[in-house]
Write a protein that binds this ligand. Structure first.
Ligand code: ADP
Ligand code: MG
Length: 714
């Protein structure tokens, strides 16, 4: 029977209304979603041991006979135990089931079962708690199934697996949600696969599956869920990973093609000496190098596409300013997009200070401005009165038109979506593009996100920076930490206190209860703990005016303490701040902690970062926090983060604007990624717009992926 992949999961056997709701929570709406819901891990239940071979602590299958009838005992309300002893040829094993009274009748004395679970107890008296069990299909002599029928065998002699068999095979482990069990999901996937085996999504052109020796879709889906061996699993995964990455890189290449063959404007290279004179410090060699590289791009006649990668505090803003100045000298406009209002505001202040004396008009555009303010800015942009506009994603609004936009800069670019970036560049005629990032992105990933871009690395800090001392503490150190704040404030220094609240005023919705706790903490700090100090609060959901007021109070030195959520993570610059305290530090990613830590140590004062661990932080999070103490090098930290957390978190889709990956992993699938890139390159050489019939499915998939209209892609 053939069933369309967009059939609702409601119509799948075993999925009722309740389970449908739960599955939707996991993002599974259709049959296609269901079969594309890949396991996060696998449990190897292929090894079946005899009792005397068992090792305490291992998770394994045991074949044994029920030596007695299961005994059910009611211990207290909510606790029923079912116990039995199972034996094989020369040893016995105690089995206990918790609150599974049905076991009493399900396991029959004298029958042989396979039990899968963790071995506890001692070697002399091994135990297993609440194992998964099923009748042994081999029944001892290994040639008869439980019901007496002969065991079917494959060519290599291994038994043909029953589709619903739970032991003696590799079992998928799915990410779950409360109310759904592995078994339910596994069964749903099983019937899903059986329903649509001939309809499975397959977007790879045959020439590519042949060239890269990829297995067929059906084999891939079957074995990624229910692998008959780990070898088959590898083959299946390879195909699916390849396909996912291939679609992505092909899409990104197509988005870019629009730009790359266009000619860019060749700007005149100025004498930057004049510009440097206006800057109060001596630029570092790394800054000068990056400026020269960007200037050469902008003078080349092809559109610049350059990534400036430099650790927090390395002085990337100066590089951006130099490029804006060069653009202005050529009579054109620049746009500078920042991820948050606070940051846009701060860039406006510091760039106005630097560029206005040189004769440039700098403007600001954010979503929270009044309609009148916005309208005036739109007009000034259109007439060319503003030379450099700084703003949030409000810049991509349709009302924004430029007289002549020649340079687009995005700060912390990976926070913007791919579409947002291209929307801004479309406001100019092949403008130059400069991207600034403090998160060290592995080169290969950068290539996917930004295209065939050039990279300048700012690997030198402005002189006089202090190494930040990092301390990992827990609740026992709380009062000492507060004393330390008082001492520093007494010396005229300022302090950040950061609370974990995942939010970003331009992108996400904060969680209300979280917001409450931040506010409450702020009240406690300002009223009870530091009644003599001036404490300010900022979070992403405050009205822009209040946020600005709090930020400026802190930036100008009026406030001693700034209690903040992660809105201050990127770029905020207050050189007098010498201490940052981060609550529940283990809830943050390491790279994020590094960004936060970069808020201090920006001036000449000795600076400290105090990381409060949560009460119940596990070993991994302690290990992670220790990385912070061990190094101040953002690149090393990113690497560790990637290792410890995996790219799913590190490059969460919100972080880089790419679609979410279901099976591919940017960190570990580099080899396949390379192949996919080559394949995409070859294919687009032959068929740049994917017009050939054999590429139709691929094209559809790409359009779905980015929800772009067909004309955008051409
Ligand atoms: P980034 O954006 O790379 O994190 P910023 O551009 O915000 O860093 O610069 C951080 C701080 O360093 C700012 O206060 C800036 O004025 C200062 N700074 C930048 N370049 C230099 C330099 N060459 N010498 C001294 N201070 C500098
Ligand atoms: Mg910055």
């Amino acid at each position: 029977m053939i069933v369309a992949l967009d059939t609702s999961i409601r119509y799948i056997k075993g999925v009722g209304e309740t389970r449908e709701k739960l599955m939707i929570k996991l993002g599974i709406h259709t049959l296609g979603d269901l079969v594309g819901y890949f396991p996060r891990a696998y449990q190897d239940r292929t090894v079946i041991k005899s009792i005397s071979e068992l090792i305490i602590g291992e998770i394994v299958c045991v074949r044994a006979m029920a030596a007695d009838k299961p005994r059910l005992s009611h211990i207290r309300k909510g606790l029923d135990l079912t116990k039995l002893r199972v034996v094989d040829d020369n040893a016995s094993l105690e089995i206990t089931f918790f609150n599974q009274p049905f076991v009493k009748d399900a396991i029959k004395q004298g029958e042989t079962y396979i039990f899968f679970g963790k071995i506890s107890g001692s070697l002399l008296r091994p135990e297993m708690n609440s194992p998964i069990f099923e009748r042994d299909l081999g029944q001892g002599d290994d040639s008869r199934q439980g019901d007496g029928s002969p065991v079917l065998r494959q060519g290599d002699g291994s038994p043909v697996l029953n589709k619903n068999q739970l032991t003696g095979r590799i079992i998928p482990v799915y990410p779950l949600t409360a109310g759904l069990s592995q078994k339910m999901l596994m069964n749903a996937v099983r019937s899903g696969l059986d329903k649509c085996a001939d309809e499975l999504p397959d977007v790879l052109p045959v020439s590519i599956t042949n060239q890269y020796k990829l297995c067929k879709t059906r084999f891939a889906f079957e074995n990624v869920h229910f692998p008959s061996s780990f070898k088959e699993l590898d083959i299946a995964r390879k195909r699916l990973i390849f396909e996912e990455l291939f679609v992505l890189v092909t899409a990104m290449k197509m988005l870019r093609e629009k730009r790359s063959d266009k000619t860019g404007r060749a700007l005149k290279t100025p004498d930057f000496g004049k510009f440097y004179k206006a800057f109060p410090y001596k630029p570092t060699n790394a800054q000068i190098r990056a400026i020269n590289e960007a200037a050469a791009d902008m003078a080349s006649g092809r559109p610049m596409n350059r990534l400036i990668q430099g650790d927090v505090g390395s002085g990337k803003t100066l590089i951006a300013a130099a490029c804006c100045w060069m653009t202005w000298l050529s009579g054109s406009q620049s746009a500078f997009m920042a991820p948050t209002e606070i940051l846009a505001k701060q860039h406006t202040d510091s760039l106005t200070e630097l560029l206005h004396p040189l004769g440039m008009q700098v403007g600001l555009l954010t979503g929270s401005m009044t309609a009148k303010g916005k309208r005036e800015t739109y007009e000034k942009l259109k007439s060319g009165e503003i030379d450099l506009i700084i703003g949030t994603h409000a810049l991509i609004s349709e009302s924004v038109e430029f007289k002549d936009l020649a340079l687009v800069i995005t700060d912390e670019q990976h926070r913007f979506g791919v579409n947002q970036r291209s929307l801004l560049t479309e406001k100019g005629d092949s403008p130059h593009v400069l991207v600034m990032s403090a998160t060290p992105i592995p080169r290969t990933l950068a290539l996917i996100i930004y295209g065939d871009l050039d990279v300048s690395i700012v690997d030198e800090m402005p002189p006089g920076r202090q190494e930040i001392k990092t301390h990992i503490v827990d609740e026992r150190h709380r009062s000492r930490a507060y004393e330390f704040i008082k001492k520093l404030a007494g010396e005229g220094r300022q302090v950040y206190i950061i609370c974990p609240m995942v939010e970003d005023d331009s992108i996400e919705n904060p969680d209300e209860s979280n917001l409450k706790s931040v506010k409450k903490y702020y009240e406690t700090l300002s009223r009870e703990i530091f009644p003599d100090l001036k404490v300010e609060l900022v979070h992403g959901k405050m009205p822009a005016k209040k946020k600005d007021a709090a930020m400026s109070a802190f930036a100008s030195g009026d406030a001693d303490i700034l209690v903040a959520t992660t809105v201050v993570e990127v770029g905020v610059d207050v050189p007098n701040a010498a201490l940052i305290i981060i609550e529940n530090a283990d809830r943050f990613g390491l790279s994020q902690l590094h960004q936060l830590r970069g808020r201090v140590g920006r001036g000449r004062h000795e600076s400290h970062c105090v990381l409060f661990r949560s009460e119940n932080s596990g070993e991994i999070s302690i290990e992670r926090l220790n990385v912070m103490r061990a190094t101040n090098d953002g690149f090393k930290i990113a690497e560790e983060d990637l290792k410890l957390r995996g790219p799913g978190d590190f490059f969460g889709s919100k972080q880089h604007g790419l679609p979410e990956m279901h099976i591919a992993n940017f960190a570990t699938d580099m080899l396949v990624l390379n192949q996919a890139q080559n394949a995409a390159h070859e294919l687009l050489e032959k068929d740049p717009a994917l017009k050939a019939p054999e590429n139709r499915k691929l094209k559809n998939q790409i359009e779905r992926l980015f929800e772009l209209s067909a004309d955008k892609m051409n």
